[in-house]
Design a protein around this ligand. Structure first.
Ligand SMILES: NC(=O)c1ccc[n+]([C@@H]2O[C@H](COP(=O)([O-])OP(=O)(O)OC[C@H]3O[C@@H](n4cnc5c(N)ncnc54)[C@H](O)[C@@H]3O)[C@@H](O)[C@H]2O)c1
Length: 342
C-alpha cells in the first residue's frame, strides 16, 4: 500500500495504491457513501457493497449517454444525496465517466471518488478529471472536468477482468510509453501480458508509473493548454477505425498507433526500425497491428475529427520512441497518405 497526492487546479487528489476496497469505510463514513457500479461488477463484487447505498447501471459504452447520467441523477435525488454525500464510481471507464459527470452536475457538484476496476480505468479513465458522455455517434462530446477526492486502486478486482479488456488497457499503457517513457517501453518489451497478470507487484508498479505519467501531463497542461493532446496518440485514426468496425477500443487504438507511427516515419520523425519496435510491442501484448479496412471511409470520418482546425489537424506523432509531439498536419497530407499507412 502506498499513497500519492496530486494538486490539479486547486483540487487535491489522493491516490491510494494497492489498497483493499474493504478499507473504504476507513476513508469515508459508510452512511455518507453511495456506490455507483455496473451490473457486471455488481455481479462479482456486490458483497463488498452491502454496507453502502448503491446505484447499479447497465454496462457498456452504449449506456454512456445522457439517459445513463439522468438515471444516476434521478437515483441521487431519490436518495436525497447532499453535499456531504460522496459518490464512489466502482467500475471501468464507462462507470467512472458517468459517475464523474453526474457528481459534477448534481447540486452543481458533490463529493466524488473512484475505485477503478479495469486496467484502462486504472491507468487512464479515472485519471485527470475529465469525463465524457456520447450522443449518437459522437463520442465524449458532452462532459465536464471535475476531480475526484481520491482514487483507490485494488488490483484484486482485475482477477475477473476479461482478457480483451486487459489488452485494451495495455494499448493505453503502450501509448503512454510511446509518448513519454522510453524506460517503460523497454520494461514492457522485456515482460509480457502473462507476467503482469501473474505478478501483482509488477502490475502495481506499472499502474503507479502510468498514473503518475498521466497526472504529470495533466498538471503540465495547466500551463501549456495543448500538452494533453499527446494522450491522443493513436486515437485520431483509432476512433475513425472504431467507428467503422465493431472491434474493441484497445484494438482500434493499436491500429491507430501503427498508422501514427507510419505517418511519423513518412514525415521523417521516426526511423523505420523504431516504428517496427512499436509494432512488435503491440503484437507482444496481443494487439492487432493491421486491419482490412476502407481507407477512403476512414478519411471521411477523420475529416470531422474535433481536433481539426480548418485545413489542418493536430496530429500526434513520435519523434523517436518516448517522445510524442503535436504536429499540425494538412488534411490533404492525411488524404494522400491514409492508404499507405493503414
Ligand atoms: N475520462 C477519461 O479521461 C477517459 C480516458 C480513457 C477512456 N475513457 C472512457 O473509458 C471507457 C472505456 O473504459 P473501460 O474499457 O474500462 O470500459 P467499461 O467500463 O465498459 O469496461 C469494460 C467491460 O469490462 C467490465 N469490467 C470492468 N471491470 C471489470 C472487472 N474487474 N471484472 C469483470 N468485468 C469488468 C465492464 O462491466 C465492461 O463490460 C470509454 O467510454 C472511454 O471513453 C475516459
Amino acid at each position: 500500500m502506498s499513497q500519492a497526492e496530486f494538486t490539479i487546479s486547486d483540487s487535491k487528489v489522493i491516490c491510494y495504491f494497492d489498497t483493499s476496497f474493504t478499507q473504504i469505510s476507513r476513508i469515508v463514513p459508510p452512511e455518507n457513501l453511495i456506490v455507483v457500479t455496473d451490473e457486471n461488477i455488481d455481479g462479482f463484487y456486490g458483497h463488498l457493497f452491502l454496507p453502502f447505498r448503491k446505484i447499479v447501471i447497465a454496462p457498456g459504452e452504449n449506456n454512456k449517454n445522457r439517459a445513463g447520467a439522468d438515471f444516476i441523477i434521478d437515483r441521487l435525488i431519490e436518495m436525497e444525496a447532499d453535499r456531504s454525500t460522496l459518490v464512489l464510481g466502482v467500475g471501468g471507464g464507462v462507470v467512472t465517466d458517468l459517475t464523474g459527470y453526474a457528481a459534477s452536475v448534481y447540486k452543481r457538484g458533490i463529493r466524488l471518488a473512484f475505485a477503478p476496476t479495469s486496467v484502462l480505468a486504472m491507468v487512464d479513465a479515472a485519471i485527470g478529471g475529465k469525463n465524457g458522455l456520447n450522443t449518437g455517434f459522437l463520442k465524449n462530446i458532452i462532459g465536464t472536468t471535475y476531480q475526484p477526492e481520491f482514487i483507490l486502486f485494488d488490483y484484486n478486482f482485475l482477477t475477473t477482468l476479461p482478457a480483451v479488456e486487459w489488452e485494451s488497457g495495455f494499448a493505453e499503457i503502450i501509448k503512454h510509453a510511446c509518448i513519454r517513457d522510453m524506460q517503460m517501453f523497454e520494461t514492457l518489451e522485456r515482460l509480457s501480458l502473462h507476467d503482469y497478470r501473474q505478478d501483482a507487484s509488477l502490475l502495481a508498479s506499472l499502474v503507479e508509473e502510468n498514473v503518475k505519467l498521466k497526472m504529470q501531463i495533466v498538471l503540465e497542461d495547466a500551463y501549456d493548454r495543448d500538452l494533453r493532446l499527446l494522450l491522443n496518440f493513436g486515437h485520431t485514426i483509432g476512433h475513425a477505425v472504431e467507428n467503422l468496425h465493431a472491434i474493441p477500443h484497445g484494438h482500434a487504438i493499436s491500429i491507430g498507433m501503427v498508422a501514427a507511427c507510419n505517418l511519423s516515419e513518412k514525415s521523417g520523425y521516426l526511423h523505420f526500425e523504431e516504428a517496427q519496435r512499436v509494432v512488435r510491442l503491440l503484437e507482444r501484448y496481443h494487439l492487432p497491428v493491421d486491419l482490412e479496412t476502407e481507407p477512403a471511409r476512414v478519411f471521411e470520418i477523420l475529416k470531422s475529427d474535433k481536433k481539426r482546425d480548418g485545413g489542418f489537424m493536430n496530429f500526434i506523432m513520435l519523434q523517436g520512441i518516448g517522445n510524442g509531439m503535436i504536429v499540425p498536419v494538412e488534411i490533404s497530407f492525411l488524404e494522400e497518405n491514409i492508404s499507405a499507412v493503414l
